[in-house]
Design a protein around this ligand. Structure first.
Ligand code: NAP
Length: 248
């Protein structure tokens, strides 16, 4: 059964990793997919072709998630190109890890702007459309680190915890208009973001996972599919840990 047949989704940061996994699963479930990238043009255009081959509408947009103006222009363009939007996935994110003692102001600011301010930018830009149609599902990609903190990631943890507060507040503001907003808190997911970690750190993450493996982009995409579809019609303001039991 195709859970998103005919729905239009926009996903930020889908040129690789989790975002790319979400785009593929959504297209397999019949969704038309608009997605953004920052610099990875070639993989983004390859993904666009792969999605089109699945028989849905798909388009890659180069757009900086940290820019308020870019988000407004993006939503306008996607609505013109696709005819409307039903699902927003705020997935784009970066890390700039360091101990607080060594963290620069610019590394703090850029992580907050790309990971957290981007969620404000996109949600604000899409709000009017969702209010008018009295429906919409917003999914924010937080992290277990936003729930429990992590040494060396004060900037990242603050951005991901901020997303949870934002998610719950949007759920309260927009629930009466049938607009749902939920967050996913992935644990250790094997993508380019985690490839940067040294083997010792990776092993200690794996040792702390009851299911004894890192997650895949598809594991996260399946949780997004649930929140995007009517299967979760009565769920809003929630944070779903998709972490192999890490926070249990
Ligand atoms: P990734 O492989 O590093 O991919 C990041 C994506 O974000 C890329 O498509 C990248 O585009 C895009 N991006 C980065 N900066 C951007 C900007 N300024 N504007 C627009 N797009 C931008 O990361 P990932 O592992 O898939 O992570 C995806 C999300 O899940 C992030 O929010 C991350 O914090 C969260 N998460 C990941 C894990 C994990 O273990 N991997 C765990 C918890 C949460 P380009 O390719 O063009 O740079």
């Amino acid at each position: 059964m195709k859970l998103l047949a005919g729905k239009n989704a926009i996903i930020t940061g889908a040129s690789r990793g989790i975002g790319m996994g979400i785009a593929k699963v959504f297209a397999d479930h019949g969704a038309n997919v608009a997605f953004t990238y920052s610099s990875s043009e070639k993989p983004a255009l390859e993904l666009q072709e792969e999605l089109l081959a699945k028989g849905v509408t798909a388009k890659a947009y180069k757009s900086d998630a940290a820019s308020f103006e870019a988000a407004e222009a993006l939503i306008k363009n996607v609505i013109e190109d696709f005819g409307g939007i039903d699902i927003l996935i705020n997935n784009a994110g970066i890390t700039k890890d360091n101990l607080l003692m060594r963290m620069s102001e610019s590394d703090f600011d850029s992580v907050i702007e790309i990971n957290l301010k981007s969620v404000f930018n996109m949600t604000k830009a899409i709000q009017r459309t969702f209010l008018k149609q009295r429906s919409g599902s917003i999914i924010n990609m937080s992290s277990v680190v936003g729930v429990k903190g992590n040494a060396g990631q004060t900037n990242y943890a603050a951005s991901k915890a901020g997303m949870i507060g934002f998610t719950k507040s949007v759920a309260l503001e927009l629930g009466s208009r049938n607009i749902r907003c939920n967050a996913i808190a992935p644990g250790f997911i094997e993508t380019e973001m985690t490839e940067k970690l040294d083997e010792k750190t990776v092993q200690s993450w794996r040792d702390g996972i009851p299911l004894k493996r890192g997650g895949s982009p598809e594991d996260i995409a399946n949780a997004c599919l649930f929140f995007a579809s009517d299967l979760s019609a009565y769920i809003t303001g929630q944070v779903l840990n998709v972490d192999g039991g890490m926070l249990t």
